[in-house]
Design a binder for this molecule. Structure first.
Ligand SMILES: [Zn+2]
Length: 313
């Protein structure tokens, strides 16, 4: 998925009104509220065997004309009916951008980096970390909302980390025109750190218990990652399915951001089918925060079942 968003400006706008209201009520009364910890608004932690898995909300924003993005090949009636049946409007989608941190006990491994607007730094701070605490950055694919956070104001964000990505994905994008688009973004965000970059093939291992699972189609070398610790498994599906209703209920509906629609659809169906039949939880980069859930079959498609209190340790 490709999009731009500034959480800082959204936060500033959202903060302005309640802050003014609080100031007024404070001056009207002498009451002081007891101190309490801030709610964990941008992070959610899960336990998976010996791994601690943290989803990090980098940003979120509404986007209009949802059918043009997620309903390729669907009739207007079918798109509206699926939306209504799932209690969401048919004309807009809320986008979420959620990198995931896996702490194996030995290393802190970050999957994707966000939009590069400062959201991931805020989320990491919420769990007491800075970008310098990250040991490994894994890139599932090269879309701007996944590689945008590699640099911050021109400087390397995760300066102590080594980088890992799929060889096919890197080779495809590094061969593109560097005067604009993703070719230019990669030349700016990743190529300068190429000496720290290692490449994986399908099935390749990032660390013990973390292996690449090819799901080519969204981009030519897009890969998810299977986590396996203490007999428990979870799949980071990245951009395999980009909307929690439309792309699950109708995996064959074409998604605007999928470069190869046919391959993306086949990968979506095969992976969701595997997750449903094995009851393996997943974290999807664009699922509603906290981005984790389960997959069940439903009719000729699937349904995303968001986590409630599973994997709390
Ligand atoms: Zn994306």
């Amino acid at each position: 998925m490709t999009a731009t968003f500034s959480r800082r400006s959204a936060l500033a706008a959202a903060a302005a009104l309640p802050l003014a209201a609080t100031a007024r009520s404070a001056s009207a009364t002498t009451q002081t509220a007891p101190p309490r910890p801030a709610p964990a608004a941008y992070t959610r932690q899960f336990k998976l065997g010996d791994f601690t898995v943290t989803t990090l909300l980098d940003g979120s924003r509404p986007v209009g004309d949802a059918k043009a993005i997620f309903g390729g090949g669907a009739s207007d009636d079918d798109f509206a009916a699926t939306s209504a049946a799932n209690f969401i409007p048919a004309d807009m989608a809320q986008f979420f951008f959620t990198p995931t941190l896996v702490d194996t006990g030995q290393e802190k491994i970050l999957f994707d980096t966000g939009l590069g607007k400062g959201g991931i730094q805020m989320a990491l701070a919420e769990v007491g970390l800075t970008p310098q605490d990250i040991d490994v950055v894994v890139l599932t694919h090269m879309h701007p909302d996944h590689i945008g956070g590699l640099t911050t104001e021109g400087a390397e964000t995760f300066s102590k980390a080594r980088y890992v990505t799929g060889r096919l994905e890197y080779d495809f994008w590094s061969a593109q025109d560097k005067s604009g688009g993703i070719g230019a973004l990669m030349a700016q965000k990743l190529t300068p750190f190429a000496e720290k970059l290692a490449f994986l093939e399908d099935g390749g291992s990032v660390a013990s218990g973390i292996s690449a699972a090819a799901s080519f189609g969204h981009t030519p070398g897009h890969m998810g990652y299977l986590l396996d610790s203490g007999g428990q498994q979870l799949m980071l599906t990245a951009d395999l399915a980009n909307h929690y209703v439309w792309s699950f209920a109708h995996p064959d509906w074409e998604v605007k951001f999928d470069m190869n629609k046919e391959a993306a659809t086949a990968a979506r169906r095969a992976t969701l089918d595997m997750l449903a039949s094995t009851r393996t939880p997943m974290i999807g980069y664009h699922m509603p925060f906290p981005a984790a859930g389960y997959v069940e079959t439903r009719g000729s498609g699937f349904r995303f079942v968001p986590v409630s209190y599973q994997m709390m340790g």
